[in-house]
Design a protein around this ligand. Structure first.
Ligand SMILES: Cc1cc2nc3c(=O)[nH]c(=O)nc-3n(C[C@H](O)[C@H](O)[C@H](O)COP(=O)(O)O)c2cc1C
Length: 194
C-alpha cells in the first residue's frame, strides 16, 4: 500500500518525450488499469482509442492548430485555452508534445457521469504509466475542439461514435530528460470537522 501512495505522490505531468514507441505490454497494462476504474452505476460506457500512427497524430495536430486559430477569446476564456491559442501559433506547436502514443477517452454525451467516470479512468492510466516509469500528461485540446468539423471527422475515422464526446486524452512515452520534482501543494485545501 505504501507503494501506491508513493506512486500517487511521485506522478508528474511529462511534456518531453523520446521518439521510441512504448511496448505493447506497457500499453496493455495502462489500458487494463483504465478499465478497472470506478464508474457511476458500473456503467463502463467509456471508449479508449489508442492512436500510435504518427501521420494521423500530425494530421490531428494540424486541425487543432486551425481550431485554435478560429477560437475567439475574451476575458472569460479559460486561461489554458488562451495560452493554447498563443502557443499554437508557433510552427513547432504540438498539442501532445510529440509523444508516440495518444489515448483518447470518449464517453456518451448524454450520460451525466461521463466526465467523472472518464477522469477516474484517466487518473488510473496516469498512475499506471508512472508506475511503469513512463511519462504521461493529460491533454485537453480534443475535449475543447471535439465539435470542430475537421477534428470530429477525424475522430469518426478513428471509430469514435458521434454519440460520444471526448472527455480527455493522455499522451504517453518514454521521458526525455529528467522527471520534475514533487510539486509544491497549495495550502488550506482541506477542512476536517470532528
Ligand atoms: C482536467 C485536466 C486537463 C489538463 N489539460 C492539460 C493540457 O491540455 N496540456 C497539458 O500540458 N497539461 C494538462 N493538464 C496537466 C496539468 O497542467 C497538471 O496536472 C498540473 O499543472 C499539475 O502538475 P502535475 O500533473 O505534474 O502534478 C491537465 C490536467 C487536468 C487534470
Amino acid at each position: 500500500m505504501e507503494n501506491v501512495i508513493e506512486n500517487i505522490k511521485s506522478r508528474r505531468s511529462i511534456r518531453r518525450y523520446k521518439e521510441e514507441q512504448i511496448k505493447d505490454e506497457e500499453l496493455f497494462t495502462i489500458l487494463d488499469s483504465a478499465k478497472h476504474a470506478p464508474s457511476g452505476g458500473n456503467s463502463q460506457t467509456w471508449q479508449f482509442t489508442v492512436v500510435q500512427n504518427k501521420e494521423i497524430l500530425l494530421e490531428l495536430n494540424g486541425y487543432i492548430k486551425e481550431a485554435f486559430e478560429k477560437l475567439e477569446v475574451d476575458e472569460n476564456t479559460y486561461k489554458s485555452k488562451k495560452a493554447g491559442k498563443v502557443a499554437s501559433k508557433k510552427d513547432d506547436y504540438n498539442f501532445y508534445y510529440n509523444a508516440p502514443t495518444l489515448i483518447i477517452v470518449s464517453n456518451e454525451s448524454n450520460y451525466s457521469n461521463a466526465m467523472a467516470d472518464s477522469a477516474c479512468a484517466i487518473e488510473n492510466m496516469l498512475l499506471a504509466a508512472n508506475y511503469l516509469e513512463l511519462g504521461a500528461c493529460w491533454i485537453n485540446q480534443l475535449t475543447w475542439f471535439d465539435n470542430d468539423e475537421n477534428v470530429r471527422k477525424l475522430l469518426t475515422r478513428l471509430g469514435i461514435s458521434e454519440k460520444h464526446k471526448v472527455c480527455g486524452s493522455i499522451c504517453i512515452g518514454y521521458i526525455d530528460g529528467i522527471k520534475p520534482e514533487k510539486k509544491i501543494l497549495k495550502e488550506n485545501t482541506v477542512t476536517i470537522i470532528r
